[in-house]
Design a binder for this molecule. Structure first.
Ligand SMILES: Cc1cc2nc3c(=O)[nH]c(=O)nc-3n(C[C@H](O)[C@H](O)[C@H](O)COP(=O)(O)OP(=O)(O)OC[C@H]3O[C@@H](n4cnc5c(N)ncnc54)[C@H](O)[C@@H]3O)c2cc1C
Length: 426
């Protein structure tokens, strides 16, 4: 096959967006992925307003909205009392909400659109070696073991948290783990604390439960515990494990079935460089962080859009220095994002009782303390921005919804469906 102008390594949401934008700009692009299928799990749940605006350019926004659920408010509970109520309806966008939609659906939409443009992911094809001396030389291994060496003008590493591109270019991934154990489940749930159209976060002595509704039937539940997982807890999760964790935090819900459960680890890390000559890093290959704020996938999609038009402009004669602005702009977004997610998670999981009380009393300042600007977005100069997750943060005048602690539960329903549990080891 001829050398393409751009080789995109990895066909997750970031890679597909890069391929879409490049193709729309008239570029010759190949996209490969070592996996032989699209994402099977829901993983990222939140599509932010800015991403919907980007999807509108592809004619995908209405389809995404049809398949998702609009999220307009979020509630934060500490020790069983509601202390903050966020609303998202002031976002300056034609989409004044966040959309809850499983990543597998988002990827399906992007894939359909990319294929309609004539770009198809070469599946089962893995980047195994990369030379960047005089020119980019990429070694690909095809299914069956055949190898191919190609020399694209540019290469974009959209190959996720364990990026081969990042490793082969010797790019440091700076940062570390957050010291919490995370469990994720897409569950059927009942009880007084079940979410409806809102999102809820419950904290108790440094532990946290997050709930957001995926469908009429299924609720995404994420639990973060300060206790480190032991090897015993690293076995496949059961509903009983989940129920124990939720009970410990005092959330009054009963988990009756689960479609998917997985433990995962979280790190806050950022690549030291996003541009290494003619090679670029985007999405999880360049930044990973906790799911606080639902920004990971969105940021990758916006990285790809920022980079692709610049590559197309340079291919059509613009000064190559334009490409430096990718790292300058998206590196700053990544930095702000890590700061925001790191502080948000620290605030939510404070375990010192005095600090907990201070946090709860100062809850009305939560958004400025997490580093979010008081405008709707953190603007970064090129039209890209981090949409603020919560546009209005208001302390409840009285803690009127204080409730008693949850009774302990003994129910331990059987897991309905057993699905393998991929682990994110960052
Ligand atoms: C359990 C879990 C829960 C999550 N929850 C959330 C959430 O609630 N909110 C949120 O915003 N984010 C969440 N995330 C993160 C979100 O899924 C990522 O931010 C998003 O998938 C990043 O997209 P990406 O395209 O950059 O990378 P990925 O989706 O990781 O895609 C990378 C692709 O590259 C391919 N690849 C890797 N190496 C090679 C190679 N050498 N050659 C060819 N192909 C290769 C892989 O097969 C993969 O398809 C979660 C992640 C996990 C694992």
């Amino acid at each position: 096959m001829a050398d393409p102008q751009v080789l995109v390594v990895g066909a997750g949401p970031t890679g597909m967006t890069a391929a879409i934008e490049l193709k729309r700009a008239g570029m010759d692009v190949r996209i490969i992925d070592k996996a032989d299928h699209l994402a099977r799990y829901s993983q990222a749940l939140v599509v932010q307003a800015r991403t919907l605006e980007q999807f509108q350019r592809y004619g995908l926004a209405a389809k995404a909205i049809d398949r998702g659920r609009k999220l307009r408010e979020a509630r934060f509970f500490s020790e069983g009392k509601e202390i903050v109520h966020f609303t998202l309806d002031r976002t300056e966008s034609r989409y004044p909400y966040a959309l809850l939609i499983p990543q597998s659906e988002t990827e399906k939409l992007l894939n359909e659109f990319m294929e309609s443009l004539g770009v198809k992911t070469e599946r089962g094809v893995e980047l195994v070696a990369l030379g960047t001396d005089a020119e980019v030389r990429a070694n690909l291994r095809h299914p069956g073991g055949a190898t191919e060496e190609i020399a694209p003008r540019w290469l974009i590493g959209c190959d996720g948290a364990h990026s081969t591109v990042r490793e082969k270019t010797g790019t440091a991934f700076e940062g570390g783990g957050v010291g919490l154990s995370f469990f994720l489940g897409d569950c059927e749930v009942e009880g007084p604390d079940v979410v409806h159209d809102e999102l809820s976060i419950h904290v108790h002595q440094g532990d946290l439960v997050f709930m957001g509704r995926l469908s009429e039937r299924v609720v995404r539940v994420i639990v973060a515990l300060r206790e480190q997982q032991t090897s015993e807890e690293n076995r496949d999760l059961t509903i009983e494990d989940f129920q124990r964790a939720v009970d410990r935090i005092g959330v009054r819900v009963k988990i009756t079935a689960a479609e998917w459960m997985t433990p995962f680890r979280v790190s806050d890390r950022q690549a030291k460089h996003y541009r290494i000559g003619s090679v670029f890093l985007a999405g999880d290959a360049s930044h990973i962080h906790s799911p606080v704020g639902g920004q990971g996938m969105n940021t990758g999609i916006q990285d790809a859009a920022n980079l692709a038009w610049k590559l197309a402009a340079v291919a059509h004669g613009a000064n190559e220095r334009l490409l430096d602005s990718y790292e300058e702009e998206r590196g700053e977004v990544g930095k702000a994002l890590l700061r925001f997610t790191e502080r948000g998670l620290q605030l939510a999981t404070v375990s010192n009782p005095i600090l907990e009380r201070v946090r709860d009393a100062l809850a009305d300042h939560l958004d400025s303390a997490t580093g979010a600007a008081h405008s709707d977005r953190l603007h970064l100069g090129d039209g890209n921005s981090i949409p603020r997750i919560f546009n209005r943060c208001r302390l409840r005048g009285r803690r009127a919804s204080a409730r008693g602690r949850s009774p302990s539960r003994s129910s331990s329903p059987k897991r309905r469906k057993s699905i393998d549990t991929p682990r994110r080891v960052d």
